[in-house]
Structures are given as C-alpha cells and as structure tokens.
Design a protein around this ligand. Sequence first.
Ligand code: SAH
Length: 215
Amino acid sequence: MTHDYRLAREKMVKNQLIPRGITDKGVLRAMGKIHRHLFVEEALIGEAYNDHPLPIGHKQTISQPYIVALMTEALELTGNEKTLEIGTGSGYQTAILAELSKAVYTVERIGPLLEKAKTLLGQLGYTNIYFKTFDGTLGWEDFAPFDAIIVTAGAPQTPQPILDQLTEGGRLVIPIGNRYSQDLIKVTRVKNTFKQENLGGCRFVDLIGVHGWNE
Ligand code: SAH
C-alpha cells in the first residue's frame, strides 16, 4: 500500500491533540510520525486516525490517540529514560515510547498480541524495545528500577510491585477505578513518598493479574 496517511496524521495532531492541550514537542512529533494504521486490523485501517479506541482482537483495544498523547506527555520523557509499559496490546503506544525513551520494556499477558506487536515493531526497525509475555502487575523485576512506567489497562489500585520499581523522581501513569470507568492517575516518586495527581476520567480494558482484577 503506497498511501501512508500523512494527512490523516497531521489532522489528528492538529484537531485532536493540540486543541486539548498537548504541548510536548516530542509527543506531537512522535504521534505525527508513527504509522498508527499499521497497528489496527486491516478492516479498520480507514478509522485508524479517528478520535476513539479500536478493537485489536482478544477483547482488547488500541487506545484513543488523545489518551496515548496525554499519558505519554505525563511521563516527561527526554530520551534518556528506561521505560516500562504494562499492556503492549497493538504495540502502538510502545512505538511512541521507543521514540522518546532510551529503552522500553513492554509486558503483555496475551501471547499472540505480544508476538504480533514484536514482529511489527521489529519490521519498523526498533532495536530499543524488550518484550515479555507475563503478568505486568508484578512489573519487570530483572530490569527495575524504571524512570517512567505506563499502565495501559484499568486497575482497582496501583500494584505495589510497580511502585517499588519506580526510580527516585520517576513517573507512573495508571488508570485507577472500577471495571467501567477510571481516573488517569500520575504518580511521582519523591524520596520514598508518592505524589499523586488526577489527570481526568478515562475508560480502559481490565488490568488482569495478581495485583489487578480477576479474569
Ligand atoms: N497500549 C495498548 C493498549 C492495549 S489494551 C495499545 O494502544 O494498543 C491493554 C492491554 O493490556 C491488553 O492488550 C491486555 O491484554 C493487557 N493486559 C491486561 N492485564 C495485563 C497484565 N496484568 N499484564 C500485562 N498486560 C496486561
């Protein structure tokens, strides 16, 4: 396919991200660059840049572009970070993180989703992403601590292992709430205290695991 959807990406940035207050230059650049249409099912390619989430199979979704931008901006990435992502899904958010971090460690509980994302991100040339099929509510102990952690599924509360794996000064973004609606919470580790900020309402699929919801 020769159509690269450049215009659709530009419109997404101009109409969905900037007017809602996304200002981080790196985030806007990455979202204008990454070919989101490659991360959705073929039948949904025409909707890839629309202002809503889309199904990606296995009852999971690729997040709405604005939510990806909002969460990424909250991580305050400068290019030097070791970043942990819980919930690889399509791998779209992973690509955005890989553009803005030194290295990305991404964990997904559904094997086939992880494999598909890994193949695609490999084809796109990323060499700074590490993948694991695992229960991400336990974090990724072997490579901890992380400067930035993003959880892209909704949790009843912040899993303790994830807090423990945050560096001093590190940022975590996680949707917290019930199974139907959540608030996007930003946590910053200041010494051994955790400063919390509410970034607003959102709706995610369930974070399922030892420190999340039951299946
Ligand atoms: N960032 C992804 C969002 C995918 S939806 C994207 O934009 O495509 C959330 C993902 O979290 C799903 O793929 C789901 O399988 C995964 N997930 C849920 N609980 C998890 C857990 N405990 N560990 C790892 N991944 C989990």
